[in-house]
Every structure is written in C-alpha cells, then in structure tokens.
Write a protein that binds this ligand. Sequence first.
Ligand code: RRO
Length: 313
Amino acid sequence: MKKIDISSCINEIYLSLCIMNASGAICTTDKELNNLLKSSSGAVVTKSCTRNFRNGNKKPRYFEWKMGSINSMGLPNLGIDFYLKFLENQEIKKPIFLSVSGLSMEENFFLIKKANLSKKISAIELNLSCPNIKEEILGNDLCKISNFLGKIFKFNKKPLGIKLPPFFKEKSVENISLILNEFPITFITCINSLPNGIFVDTNNETTVIQPNNGFGGIGGAVIKPFALANIRKFYSFLRRDISIIGCGGISSGKDVFEHILCGASAVQIGTQLIKEGVSVFDRLRKELILLLREKNYSSIRNFQGKLKIFKKF
Ligand code: RRO
C-alpha cells in the first residue's frame, strides 16, 4: 500500500505528525507532560505559564457536554521555572512549544527572554488570548500590539508564534494580519476558546462553573465553524511563510482534514484530548490516513489551503 505522508513543517520545525495537543489540555504537571511526550502526538505544547506558580480559579472551573466545553481555569500553572527545569531533564524526541502568557507586557518580555535560554524548546507560543483573566494585555489597540511585537523581536531568537482569539469581522483579521506581517513571526495558532459563554444546568437552574459568575471560554465541536473561518481568513491575509496551527472543534480525522483544507499546516486538540486522553492522537492519525487514501491524496500538502467555493455543477 502507498505510504501517506501526514508530517508537516511549521516553518522550519518538522513534525512527524501534523497533530498535537492544545495548550491547556492535560499539559500542566510533570505527569501530564510525560504522558504527552510518550504519546504519538507530533509535538507537545505546555500549559501557558506565568512568572510564578498560579493556583487558578475556584472549582468547578471546567465542564463538558456532547458538543463542547466551557472553562474558566484562570491560568493555573506551575511557573516558567518548573517547565524549563522539567524539560531540561527529558530526552526530547519531538518539538516542544513552550506556551507563555504573562499578565503584563513586562512579564511577557521576561518569559520570552527566559525561554530563549532553553535548548529544549523548539518554539514559543505567546498566548495573547486567555479569555479568563481580568488583566487586558493588548486589547484592540493595534499600535500597542505593533509596539509590543517590535520590542520582542529586538531580542527574541527562537521561533515564535502567537495564539489568537477568535475574530468575527474580516476587517479585524485584515488589521491584525497587517501588523503580524511586519514581524518575523513563525506561526499563529487560531483559535483560543470563544470568550464569555454560559452553559446552564436546567435542573438546578445554575451555571455549570463557579468563577466569573459562570462565564467562560467555549471550546469543542460547537466552535469548529469559527475556527475554520479564522484559519481561512488569516490564510488569505498572512505572509505565506507564517504557518497556521488550527485549533477548535477537532474530534475526527475529517475535522483535521477540514482545518488543513482551510489553510492550517498542523492542528491542536483541546476538548477532545481532555475527553479521550492521549490515545486520541493515534485514532485521529488513522482516521486522517484513511480519508486521504479514499481521496487519493498522498500528502497533506496536496490539499492544504485549497478550499474551493461552492458552485453548481
Ligand atoms: O487558563 C485558562 O483559563 C485559559 C487560558 Br490561559 C486560555 O488561553 N484559554 C482558555 O480557554 N482558558
């Protein structure tokens, strides 16, 4: 049987499989990270970290239902030093993306400088889109974003990508792309969870999570159309050498295919990884290979970004 190539490159970072975990999905503790390192994922992304350890918000802070999930975790993490030390002691066989999410611009500079010193990190994923913290780091001020990136790229030497929130207007994607295109950014990850959702427990007539009056970021199957739309729009506006990592609503090989068809070079799994555990990577790999075989594709490069517009035949 002909071999099907489902490897990918995020710019110059080679992934033997184009599927990895999303930051936040069972990647906070050493046990969770060890599990991911041993899994068949193409890369490992760590939980977004801050300068210091954070407990995060009160529980219950995560809830899932058939079609999605809601969370207001509040950035619980063990602090950057833990992640750097943990990685120092590992034999690393696949790319490691260190996710950082400082609570201020200064904290982000500090985290990125520290990450630059580690040989074990292939890339930094700068999370500018946590829906559950009160601190507004950049907001919608495009000048501020441009200024911030200018300062980072004065010292940063590592491949660096940015995790973005979902955008709902074409103009917003165009504006942010114009800025990103001016910097040597390696990738974007889109999308983070949809902010400020509510899920209702009808029996008890309550919210299902406690923090933030029950409001939280929505993930899982329900957000896939928004993820695909953001990937598609960014694919049309971004420089071609900025790779897109798709994230949002993937639970089957067909979902992976759709993300790549819209323009993603690789994908991240969040809600479904939490539901299913690390065996999800093997299942998705098999489902993707089966689909490509049916469609007579030998590589994801055959269809990446090639979504066509509906027309009557
Ligand atoms: O920890 C969280 O509350 C959280 C983060 Br940092 C994020 O980027 N996305 C999300 O849905 N939750």
